[in-house]
Write a protein of this length. Sequence first.
Length: 464
Amino acid sequence: MTTVKVTSPYNNELIKELPLVGDGEVEKALATAYDHFTDRKKWLPAYKRAAILEKTAEIMSSRVEELTKIAAAEGGKPYADSKVEVLRAINGVKLAIEHISQIKGEQIPMGNTEASANRLAFTTREPIGVVSSVSAFNHPLNLIIHQTVPAIAVGAPVIIKPALATPLSCLAFVDILKEAGLPDAWCQCIICEIDSAEKLVIDERVNYFSFIGSAKVGWYLRSKLSAGTRCALEHGGAAPVIVEADADIDNMVPLLLKGGFYHAGQVCVSVQRVFIHESICETVAEKLAKSAKELIVGDPLDPKTEVGPLIRAKEVDRVEEWVNEAKAQGATVLCGGRKISDTCYEPTVLLNPPDNVKVSTQEIFGPVVCVYSFKDREEAIKKANSLPYAFQASVFTSNLDTALGTVNKLNATAVMVNDHTAFRVDWMPFGGRDASGIGMGGIPYSMHEMTREKMIVIKSNVLQ
């Protein structure tokens, strides 16, 4: 039997070894999901879906500590942040329950022409069909919530493939769903290699594909979708920040620190490229570096830890290579710039790395923030928009006109004013554009996307 070893990203200790399934199990999962969708007698009515999710949230609330430790151990996100993730996940389930009653259509006017007389028309929304979700490692519970619960809430059977590095949170959640009364067919977890996972994507029985992960894999899988399969792809970014001379420095630095080093920078909207007006650039950069030096790096299960490991040792080596390249090309290292161990990298602030090095042109996905000095805001915005990635961005200024003008010109799906780029709540739309993805997530938005419209037209002579 082929297996996958789930290990701690901090010390590489084995947490659990799991069997990998093959093409046969994938086919069985698809057949089961498709059978339950096509047989309306097996559908779960809205009140039952709501009751199951209410019980799910209740069980999760009683196991916050257990779920926190699972997520922190397998994913490496510090204990305190992992607990926040679990609480967010519970809230995500509750959000879905609230929006079940909002699944509705609309009345379509009739009688405006002779041909449409004596007719009543309205739309309803139905579950889209089989949902196939492929997830990422960096939020091992909350991403699973966003890729399964909307489907369950609208009544669509969902098959979820978690990242092989972090499958335990997913398995724990699926077990909770079953404990809460969800029949097995409505949420199936598949632990498999990418070759078998591809069959979850290209099969014509799949109506909706949700993917969170690398752009290379996501766009490839999208090219393989069957005709009519709707999709949402969430890839990475290289989030830009514009800082004007009138920004409130004391309030801003802690926000940049959090946005840049949360989960060791392994977030698709982490603060990465900070463009600061030359009059305050040195001051802000030094304050940011001073704060970064004070961050506690280490064991994610230690409640005192603020920055944990990267998911794999090879990622630490990659970040080190990228920073060394920037240093060799003239970047100033204000703090960090070296490996702490095979699994941890120092929180790093680089000043004015060249525009053509990797830290300036690609998603770092590590604990590195790049600071650039600018004279002209228009030039800074041009550089911020120069990469193919477009996700979340931010601007810091005390001037409303400057803020709105910058928001208008930044190529992003969301722009935060006087906040860091990684801000998110689970009821807001969330997703990238251009190379950063397609489609919008967020619990209510995913629920809408996982339904489709049907119109009913009734002809009757008694209608006037």
